[in-house]
Write a protein that binds this ligand. Structure first.
Ligand code: ADP
Ligand code: MG
Ligand code: ZN
Length: 450
């Protein structure tokens, strides 16, 4: 299929003048050729759906089957396609008998009008669906098999769905290109996706690099600072100095997040900062629902620039002007650390990610992990044990990141995502001045005998 057909389709069916990114464009062009299986990994909101929806529409005599984990997600997708006059439908337990019969009749007809058929993994395991699929395949009517939120096949991922594993079977003796999509997944999850969905050896990968070149990473040790709170205060003030720009709307005002391990720490730190004239709020699961909402909104609106929070804070937070993310203690593992600090600098402007590392906090985490490990071992559940062992490994990596740095800070993440090390230039303390980092760590170690 040629490029001009694809560009015309983008405008004609989706009303977009251009692709959202070069990567989206390249993925669409590749998928349209139907020559290879394709793996797409881009962050949420980057327009992964279009990578299969546009090709689906352009193959106008065939049907694209999309597996998606939740009915709510499916409904959103189908509704927005229908709003664009694109024939999409969903086969699930919620539709009426008449709807189902009408849909099946169309799918079995010689020239079906349905372009995209959305199916839950549970539905995919039913006899009705298997027969339907065999029939469509036999008459060469399947354009693509799409697996959205493909990380659900992996036990290493955060929302494993056993039924997703069966999707691989569908591909047995079936020569239809498979398109697997997920938001940035770690190396292990990616491996699982490729093997479970049996992507062909020559599959193509379209993946956003995990490197965030506008984020500066560093680590400090409160126990060797003369006054850790003063240090924190001046760091916050430096990060927030864009605030002076008067014409900014409130929701664009600079702000930041400080992650603490416990509720008590969030409260203590917030009151400490307030006493030092830095307006702060705390946020944790122990607050009343309305308080939590109020606090989050006050921060979101830009009335209070700093929120001291447990890691429960951040899901669904969509604020572009987060200038800093501080871990007051120690992050949990590379994946969480990446996700939490990733909330900084969404607007692309320089932003700072700092750990104020302390051993006491580290010991507390180790204590909990050891307990969990003991429980998991005596509980006898292999999966649970693996999970905890994994958590221990992840934690060791962040401790090493803090206590014995030996390379660019961003490499913690590129390793986790299975990518080559980025060209950091001076986006971390190590690359900026490794001698100073070494000296600081040495001093920390002499001051913190076990
Ligand atoms: P993802 O699945 O990667 O999280 P979506 O596919 O849901 O992202 O798309 C996110 C948003 O981007 C949607 O509102 C979609 O309409 C929009 N979008 C996708 N492609 C383009 C484009 N080429 N131009 C403008 N907006 C786009
Ligand atoms: Mg999506
Ligand atoms: Zn670096």
């Amino acid at each position: 299929m040629d490029k001009s057909t694809i560009f015309e389709g983008l405008k004609k069916y989706f009303k977009f003048d251009e692709f959202k990114s070069k990567l989206q464009e390249a993925a669409v062009i590749e998928v349209c050729q139907r020559k290879h299986d394709v793996y797409v990994s881009m962050p949420t909101g980057s327009g992964k759906s279009l990578c299969y929806q546009l090709p689906a529409v352009l193959h106008d005599s065939k049907i694209t089957i999309v597996f998606s984990p939740l009915l709510a997600l499916i409904k959103d997708q189908v509704d927005s396609l229908l709003a664009l006059q694109i024939r999409a439908a969903s086969l699930n337990s919620k539709i009426t008998k008449t709807e189902r019969e009408k849909l099946l009749a169309d799918l079995k007809s010689t020239s079906p009008v349905t372009r995209l058929l959305y199916v839950t993994p549970e539905q995919a395991a039913t006899k009705t669906f298997k027969e339907l699929f065999a029939n469509l395949y036999k008459f060469n009517k399947v354009a693509y098999i799409v697996v959205d939120e493909a990380h659900c096949v992996s036990e290493w991922g955060h929302d494993f769905r056993p039924d997703y594993l069966k999707l691989g079977n569908l591909r047995e003796n079936c020569n239809v290109p498979c398109i697997a999509l997920t938001a940035t997944a770690g190396a292990q999850v990616t491996k699982d996706i490729i093997s479970s969905l049996r992507l062909a050896k020559d599959h193509k990968i379209f993946k956003t690099s995990c490197f965030r070149s506008n984020l500066f990473y560093d680590v400090y040790f409160p126990n060797i600072l003369e006054d850790p709170y003063k240090h924190l205060k001046s760091f916050i003030e430096d990060c927030l100095k864009f605030e002076k720009e008067k014409d900014l709307a409130n929701n664009q005002k600079s702000c930041g997040i400080i992650y603490c391990r416990t509720r008590e720490q969030t409260e203590l730190l917030a009151s400490k900062l307030n006493s030092m004239k830095i307006k702060s709020l705390c946020y944790h699961a122990g607050l009343k629902n309305h308080e939590r909402l109020d606090f989050q909104e006050m921060w979101q609106r830009g009335e209070v620039p700093v929120i001291c929070a447990t890691i429960s804070f951040g899901m669904g937070v969509d604020k572009a002007s987060v200038r800093f993310v501080i871990h007051w203690g120690v992050p949990k593992d590379p994946a969480s650390f990446y996700q939490e600090t990733g909330r900084a600098g969404r607007d692309g402007k320089p932003s700072w990610c700092r750990v104020y590392y302390n051993r006491a906090d580290c010991k507390a985490v180790e204590f909990h992990l050891t307990q969990d490990l003991g429980k998991a071992k005596s509980g006898g559940k292999e999966a649970k044990k693996l999970n905890v062992e994994n958590a221990v490994k992840g934690f060791k990596k962040v401790v090493e990141y803090c206590e014995s740095p030996s390379q660019c800070r961003h490499i913690l993440f590129s390793n986790h995502f299975g990518e080559p090390p980025p060209v950091c230039k001076k986006n971390c303390d190590w690359c900026k001045d490794k001698k100073a980092v070494r000296e600081m760590v040495e001093f920390f170690l002499t001051k913190s005998v076990q």
